[in-house]
Design a protein around this ligand. Sequence first.
Ligand SMILES: [Zn+2]
Length: 124
Amino acid sequence: MKDELSTSGMRLTCPHCSLPAIGTLAKLGLGWARQVPCRACGLRITVAPLPAVATMLPCALVVLAVSLRWLRDPATMVLAGVLSFVCMCVLYLWAVPLVKAQLTDASAVARARGNLGQGANPPD
Ligand SMILES: [Zn+2]
């Protein structure tokens, strides 16, 4: 229940079957060039490329600021680096949608939903 609450705003739902597709760490490790199977229906999913690239802008800005010597103080550099990384992770989880990486197979979706209905996820 607690886990459900903390992940409720995250976009971890499968675009094929609308069931929870991957965990938070799995999503963070999923780049826009990679595809993984949904753990409910098994169909391949990935992250939307443009939003995924956009989440890297804060990090890119910090790199730019350091390389152009706008940021010179090492402590500020580290702080900016950590903040931009945290910012990227948060954006990646909440703002980047999962998209289909293959055509939806209706029978796989029906199987995934059927398994759920038969008590794969018992309510408690
Ligand atoms: Zn799915």
